[in-house]
Design a protein around this ligand. Structure first.
Ligand SMILES: Cc1cc2nc3c(=O)[nH]c(=O)nc-3n(C[C@H](O)[C@H](O)[C@H](O)COP(=O)(O)OP(=O)(O)OC[C@H]3O[C@@H](n4cnc5c(N)ncnc54)[C@H](O)[C@@H]3O)c2cc1C
Length: 404
């Protein structure tokens, strides 16, 4: 067992840290201000494009795509990508700079793995180049979508086309003006066996019948300029060749995308939590209460120590899951992926909450990024499967394994 990052990872990490220090932290507040005060809240500020260009030139591009997708990605293993993704997680919008942000990463993996040549040419190439953005529409307001077999959106074959009807919400990314394509999950056969009813289909955003109803808030944040949309599909017609793989394969594709997507969220959350701890350590050194710096209070030191322990535990579990994915594949690693998806969001919520407390009122203010970080961490207890569903499945597997 070796706990050191290999040379390739260390070199990339050094480069990424330098990029974050020189290019990202200095403009963090400016970017947030530009988003909040721009004329169009769903338009990505111009500085993003310039940063993307620099990142690409620096070789910090598409780092998330593992070896199997070469020549598309950087060819890193999950374990090699983990500390890099963590570093990006320190600034909420920074993953996009390196073309490593959700939901594009999941959509690119789906297109690389399941798309045909024409679909890849039309959608994967511009996504890999960071020219467009994308969304994934599965969750529906009308049904408990944590059980994906419940979804009701219909995808009906009509000659050379499919006709889509339904309503989705929390479709992340769909508010952004640069979002050009949605991967939509619906049902092609309501009478088929439970896990063969679903299919996934590509729907360009400008297709007739697609209506953005409203942006959805997540803990009061609208996450501009990306956003989470409520989307109505009314007799939306797309060519039959927009279907991914084939009818009845939707569930299989969804499972395939969620493994890497889930662990990437955990990696980012570890970065978020680490930054919150770093900020807390600085704050308690400079803030004087009752005659001495907060840092000299025993309870503050204990909390700081506990924050560190919790982050380190989650980091090691993430790396163990990533390593198993690299060695044995995503399917065999499902229990460790579930375990870290249960652990990381709650860990991050608790650590960020402690950091907010140590900052006092400032921790809740617009001058610090902690409240937005907290909201992000809290929503990941729901997104990509609520904690309870992961616990239900992990518990079931563990009991079954013991009794096999
Ligand atoms: C910020 C954000 C971004 C999102 N982005 C996307 C996106 O891009 N695309 C997309 O399709 N969806 C997205 N989602 C939606 C997310 O995936 C769903 O909210 C999630 O799957 C839960 O579905 P639901 O909201 O319908 O909750 P429900 O299915 O109604 O479940 C409600 C609660 O019931 C509990 N529960 C469920 N099953 C069990 C069980 N077996 N045992 C015990 N308790 C249980 C859980 O606590 C769960 O939270 C996003 C959500 C958020 C908050």
């Amino acid at each position: 067992m070796n706990f050191e990052y290999n040379e390739k990872t260390q070199a990339l990490l050094e480069k990424l840290r330098a990029f974050m220090k020189d290019e990202v932290y200095p403009i963090e507040q400016e970017y947030i201000h530009a988003v909040e005060n721009g004329k169009d809240r769903w338009k990505t500020p111009a500085m993003m494009q310039a940063l993307k260009q620099k990142a690409r030139e620096a070789g910090l591009w598409n780092l998330f795509l593992p070896e199997e997708y070469k020549p598309y990605g950087a060819g890193l293993t999950n374990a090699e990508y983990a500390p890099l993704c963590e570093e990006m997680g320190r600034v909420l919008f920074s993953s996009e700079i390196f073309n490593c942000s959700a939901p594009d990463t999941g959509n690119m993996e789906v297109l690389a793995k399941y798309g045909n040549e024409a679909q890849q040419e039309k959608w994967l190439v511009p996504l890999l180049n960071g020219e467009i953005r994308s969304a994934f529409a599965m969750t529906e307001p009308a049904v408990a979508s944590s059980d994906a077999t419940n979804i009701e959106t219909s995808i009906t074959r009509d000659g050379d086309e499919y006709v889509i009807n339904g309503k989705k919400w929390y479709t992340s990314g769909a508010m952004n003006e640069n979002c050009k394509i949605m991967v939509v999950m619906g049902k092609t056969d309501f009478d088929a066996p439970r896990h063969q009813q679903q299919s996934q289909i590509l729907v360009p955003m400008d297709t007739k019948g697609v209506t953005i109803v409203r942006p959805m808030a997540a803990m009061g944040f609208y996450d501009e300029p990306i956003g989470h949309a409520e989307v109505l599909f009314e007799n939306v017609r797309v060519p039959a060749e927009n279907l991914l793989v084939g009818e009845g394969k939707g569930f299989e594709i969804a499972q395939g995308r969620l493994g890497p997507g889930r662990i990437h969220h955990c990696m980012r959350l570890i970065g978020c939590a680490q930054r919150a701890l770093d900020m807390a350590c600085e704050r308690v050194e400079s803030r004087i209460a009752f005659g001495k710096p907060l840092a000299k209070q025993q309870s503050i030191r204990e909390t700081i120590a506990k924050m560190h322990c919790d982050i380190e535990q989650a980091r090691l579990l993430t790396l163990k899951a990533a390593d198993k994915m690299d060695r044995y594949g995503n399917k065999v690693s499902r229990d460790l992926i579930a375990a870290i998806k249960i652990v990381a969001p709650t860990m991050a919520c608790n650590v960020i909450d402690d950091a907010i407390q140590m900052h006092g009122a400032a921790g809740t203010s617009q001058d610090f990024v902690l409240s937005a970080m907290y909201a992000y961490a809290r929503t990941i207890k729901l997104a990509d499967g609520p904690d309870q569903v992961h616990m239900m499945q992990l518990g079931r597997n563990l009991i079954a394994d013991k009794n096999a």
